[in-house]
Design a protein around this ligand. Sequence first.
Ligand code: FAQ
Length: 311
Amino acid sequence: DEAAEQARFDELIAAEQRIEPRDWMPEAYRRTLIRQISQHAHSEIIGMQPEGNWITRAPSLKRKAILMAKVQDEAGHGLYLYSAAQTLGITRDEMTQQLIDGKAKYSSIFNYPTPTWADMGAIGWLVDGAAICNQVPLCRASYGPYGRAMVRICKEESFHQRQGFEILLTLMQGTPAQRRMAQDAVDRWYWPSLMMFGPPDDSSPNSAQSMAWKIKRFSNDDLRQRFIGMLVPQAEVLGVTLPDPELCWLEDEQRWHTSEIDWTEFHEVLRGRGPMNAERLRHRRTAHEEGAWVREAAAEYARKQAARAEG
Ligand code: FAQ
């Protein structure tokens, strides 16, 4: 009965065991995972656009090949994550429909523009850097298919982060104009990258339950702190300045002090009013419509194969 199932589930969670697709799970656990994994998948897919913008204009053949490979990795991560979400009983079609109808969330970070080549460096360094900080603990998420997907994804994200760092390092060793371009990109991406970790702990409605279920392992603010700690020495090596004059380490409290994050901006982006929200959705919707013939052809081919096997 339900009470025994719940007790068994609680035991598995307490013992750091994994929940697998055929196991009993509370409905709210299933819903939370569908919410987080589908949002994560949508982020990877929408996240292809800001960098896709530079594939045709990369400064060299080598840079172009690297960027194409990175954007393809993001597509792979999205498909992996949609598959993990499907094990919970939602279809890929349903998730896609929610995204193109503008009903699904995806990470706020992908609603900012990429006007210069240095943005490719800043995205790799800051956005993939934040993604790694957030996702390494998710490798231990209690839901098996999600945790396992994260292992491979994190390996690729670390490579992405290094390539972003290297783009910025090259620019910082270049002409004054190149150094200004790199600093300008860091100025524009720094604050939005801090917002990727979500609202502050005292206004994060999902954190407590997700931590009790061992989906999340650290709070939004703890991960944000860890991320800043990772950036500070790397910024020094690059020779860029993090755009927060108040940023300093508080020895007594063992934490970073920062200026106030602009949460109004964050909520505006979540409501669909960021600089690029409309453009990102429009582009995704068009791509979906223009791909209709591929889906129809594949379905028709499968139908013919099945009919042939029967006949
Ligand atoms: N943007 O109660 P919490 C990548 C929403 S990395 C938009 O704290 P939770 C790699 C949240 O969904 C980016 N919405 O929620 C890449 C919730 O709304 P809901 C993707 C946000 O779930 C790099 C509400 O606010 N990574 O793609 C954001 O416990 C470069 C209240 O928040 C992931 O998705 C935000 N920044 O914690 C690709 C990681 N923050 O659903 C291309 C997995 C919060 O109740 C290029 N996800 N919200 O309506 C997570 O770890 C968690 O879901 C958090 C939020 C930490 C994002």
